[in-house]
Every structure is written in structure tokens, then in C-alpha cells.
Design a protein around this ligand. Structure first.
Ligand code: JCK
Length: 231
């Protein structure tokens, strides 16, 4: 798979693309990432990529021409623009992106990009969540990592990926490793029992209880505890 990243800060990606399983996926050729810097397509001595907003207001807007020069030749790839006004990123978004041959991730800066870029050179607008960042680079690195782990051969044991779908939309159960007694805090006895039936039952109950407690929004209406709805 190839991912093209449009950013005025390509160096931002040095560490996330260099380390861990993403670093290895790139070294092994399972994932290729290239960069396009709008500043390389800007005119004038200052190579300006931002300008004041029409209609007034604070901050600056990314000029359309440098972005269009990059994005027009990338037609045919799936072009994603990060913006606080995009659709929230979810696992199903990542599942979809992992099926693409070539994904293009557009990271704005300043107060965002000229709307005509979104209108004519973007396939989908995505947000990381309901909070405001300084640009799209964090979101792009999240998408790269989330997609990379879905590519064949990137995660050693694919059962950790397969299990996500048939576990349903539940939070993970708590996990423990040695020692069984850590500073007097004991790991649950059932996990040391060797009784795989009881262990599976315990894990399932933990997942449901935690989800009801922390993320009732993930449960179906009939599973949701009373009193967790809106007032
Ligand atoms: C891309 C520039 C900074 C700052 C205007 C926003 C009221 C717009 C994002 N989940 C996410 N949060 N933020 C981003 C994101 C932020 C970006 C860019 C993504 C490009 N910025 C910026 C202020 C505004 N205000 C709320 C008005 C953008 C994602 N993905």
C-alpha cells in the first residue's frame, strides 16, 4: 500500500514512521509513504502558502494553488482532508482505508484550507475528534498507524486483529502477567486456574461490566444499564 502525505512539516513524521511495527512495515516494503510539501509548489521569494481570509477574521487560510498542484495529479487515489469539521475517525474508517491501494492524507495548518480544495480535490473529510489541534499531522500519523497494523504481515499474530470483529463493540477485559502477587496485589485467581471455560466466562463478564460502566454508548439499547441515558 502507498500513502501520500501532503504537509508543510514532513519532518514531523520522522519518528512515527521510523519506529516500531510501522517502521518495519516500511523497511519491509509492505507500506510506502511519500511526502508533498505545498511550500515546494508556492511562488514568490517567500514561497507563501497562506493568506488572509476573505470576509475578515482571525488567522490565515491555506491558499488553493499550491495544494491543487499536488492534489490534481493524485486524482484516482483516495484523498482525505483532516479538519475539525470532518466525520469522526472510527475503526470502520480505518478498515475501509486499509483496502485502498493508494491513500492521500492532506494535513492543513493555520485555520484550514480554502474550501474550493475540499470541493474539487478531496474525496472525504475526517476529524480525529471533538477538540482543536494546530494541524492535520497528528491525525495523519494516527491513520498511518491504524491502517498499517491492518496490512497483511505487519502484526505478527493476526488473531489479535481478527478478534476485534467477533468480540463486538465491547471494551477489552483487564490483563495481568507475572508475578501473580505484585506488592500484595493479587491477579484474579480465575486466570491462574487453568479452567478455560471459567476464564472465557470471566473475561466476557468483565468486558460487559466495563463497557456498561465506561462506555454505555457502545452497548445496544437492551444491554444499556438504566440511568445512563440523557436527562
Ligand atoms: C486540520 C488547521 C487548526 C484551528 C477553527 C475550530 C472553531 C480550524 C483535527 N480533531 C481535530 N482537531 N483539529 C484538527 C485539525 C486542525 C487543523 C487542521 C485538522 C488544519 N487546523 C485549526 C482552528 C480552526 N476553529 C473550531 C473554529 C483549524 C483533525 N483531524
Amino acid at each position: 500500500m502507498r500513502i501520500s502525505v501532503v504537509t508543510v512539516f514532513p519532518e514531523y513524521f520522522d519518528s512515527p514512521l521510523g519506529v516500531s511495527l510501522v517502521g518495519r512495515a516500511i523497511a519491509d516494503g509492505r507500506l510506502e509513504v511519500d511526502f508533498h510539501d505545498p511550500r515546494d509548489h508556492a511562488n514568490g521569494v517567500h514561497r507563501q502558502v497562506d493568506d488572509a481570509p476573505f470576509g475578515g477574521g482571525p488567522g490565515m487560510v491555506m491558499m488553493p494553488e499550491p495544494l491543487a498542484r499536488i492534489l490534481e495529479p493524485l486524482e484516482g487515489t483516495h484523498r482525505v482532508l483532516f479538519t475539525p469539521a470532518g466525520a469522526p475517525l472510527t475503526q470502520s474508517t480505518l478498515d475501509r482505508f486499509a483496502e485502498m491501494d493508494h491513500l492521500t492524507l492532506v494535513c492543513g495548518r493555520y485555520e484550514g484550507v480554502d474550501e474550493r480544495i475540499a470541493d474539487h480535490f478531496i474525496d472525504e473529510e475526517v476529524s480525529l475528534g471533538d477538540y482543536v489541534l494546530l494541524g492535520g499531522e497528528v491525525a495523519a500519523s494516527v491513520v498511518i498507524e491504524g491502517v498499517a497494523r491492518l496490512l497483511p504481515g505487519v502484526v505478527g499474530n493476526p488473531s489479535s486483529i481478527e478478534s476485534e470483529s467477533f468480540r463486538g463493540n465491547l471494551l477489552e477485559e483487564p490483563q495481568y502477567t507475572r508475578p501473580a502477587d505484585f506488592r500484595g496485589w493479587k491477579a484474579p485467581e480465575v486466570l491462574l486456574s487453568g479452567d478455560h471455560g471459567r476464564i472465557a466466562e470471566w473475561r466476557e463478564r468483565q468486558r460487559r461490566e466495563r463497557t456498561a460502566q465506561r462506555r454505555p454508548d457502545l452497548l445496544d439499547d437492551d444491554e444499556r444499564p438504566v440511568g445512563s441515558g440523557c436527562v
